[in-house]
Write a protein that binds this ligand. Structure first.
Ligand code: MG
Length: 314
């Protein structure tokens, strides 16, 4: 089996992570967090969302965050845009790449957008067409690509059909979201095999959640199918609204970096740099970080951490 030589990590902490955090984060801290992430080598950072401020109060400062970022050369800063109005705001704030979200099922779109899949795609078409006309790059998320909190298991063909329609609208790439953290590697293979019938692996990303401890195994399964784009969130920011309180959501960037390093797959990101960025934002969260690699203190050490007195190892 051939594994990819290089993976692009899409850092979603500042948007997908923070939008699921209860504590209100100051605008300046969000900007400093994003700048620390680019300094750590992340080449794609989803910076914020131009959703209606009432829907996600945490990201109501999107218009201030985006222009304040110290844009690093070569780094892409996509922003989530749900509506034409959101697109206008994003353009005014200097966005040059957007992301749109569609659920794979009617029930999920109804709960989130009061739309069916067809209706949500029609709305997305307006945004994508306008963005493409301005030369903006478009990332398309397919949420609940592996399982839906309302409909249960999602047939791979259903996910593939929605992904294909989003690509046909003009999306440059598709990120398949395991929104409820239900997928296992077998599911990843089955869904990817269906989606790979409508597009090639180079345009596909995996947005894995570690809710049931499957995230890195799922990434491995995606790499086996040639996927080279993987979403993750610094420190594992953001919980999972579809699981119990305190449940894990986004795969942590630290864990992904450590994992890819072990496989010898290039990604350009410094583990220590990500950990520094995560530690910075953790000071504003009111709770600890969820990344096991972060909790372990990064890479293995040859002697105990200062101040610890470990029992004899067995
Ligand atoms: Mg997520």
């Amino acid at each position: 089996m051939t594994m990819p030589e290089r993976v692009t990590i899409v850092e979603v902490g500042p948007r997908d992570g923070l939008q699921n955090e209860a504590a209100r984060i100051p605008t300046a801290a969000k900007v400093a967090f994003i700048d620390r992430l680019s300094a750590a080598g992340l080449g794609v950072i989803e910076a914020t969302s131009f959703v209606h401020p009432r829907a996600v109060p945490q990201l109501a400062d999107a218009d201030e965050v985006l222009p304040a970022i110290a844009r690093a050369p070569g780094v892409r800063y996509p922003v989530l845009v749900p509506t034409r109005r959101g697109l206008e705001r994003a353009i005014a704030a200097g966005a040059d790449e957007i992301a749109v979200v569609i659920g794979a099922t009617d029930a999920f779109n109804r709960a989130n957008l009061n739309r069916t899949v067809d209706g949500a795609l029609a709305d997305a078409a307006l945004v994508v067409t306008a963005a493409r006309a301005r030369g903006m790059r478009v990332r398309g998320y397919v949420s609940v690509a592996f399982g839906c909190p309302y409909e249960g298991e999602v047939p791979p063909g259903t996910t593939a059909a929605v992904a294909g329609r989003l690509l046909a609208l003009g999306a440059d790439e598709i990120s398949l979201g395991d929104t409820i953290g239900a997928a296992t590697p077998g599911d990843v293979h089955r869904v990817l095999d269906a989606v790979l019938a409508v597009t090639d692996a180079g345009r596909l990303g995996l947005h894995a959640h570690d809710t049931r401890g499957q995230a890195l195994a799922n990434v491995y399964a995606a790499l086996e199918r040639g996927v080279t784009i993987v979403d993750s969130s610094a420190g594992g920011l953001g919980g999972c609204p579809f699981a119990g309180p305190g449940a894990v959501g986004n795969l942590a960037t630290e864990d992904l970096v450590y994992f890819l390093d072990g496989l010898g797959i290039a990604h350009g990101v410094s583990l220590e740099g990500v950990m520094e960025a995560s530690a910075f934002i953790a000071g504003h969260l009111g709770h600890g970080l969820r990344s096991p690699t972060h909790l372990a203190g990064g890479r293995p050490r040859t002697r105990p951490l200062p101040g610890t007195d470990p029992p004899p190892a067995v």
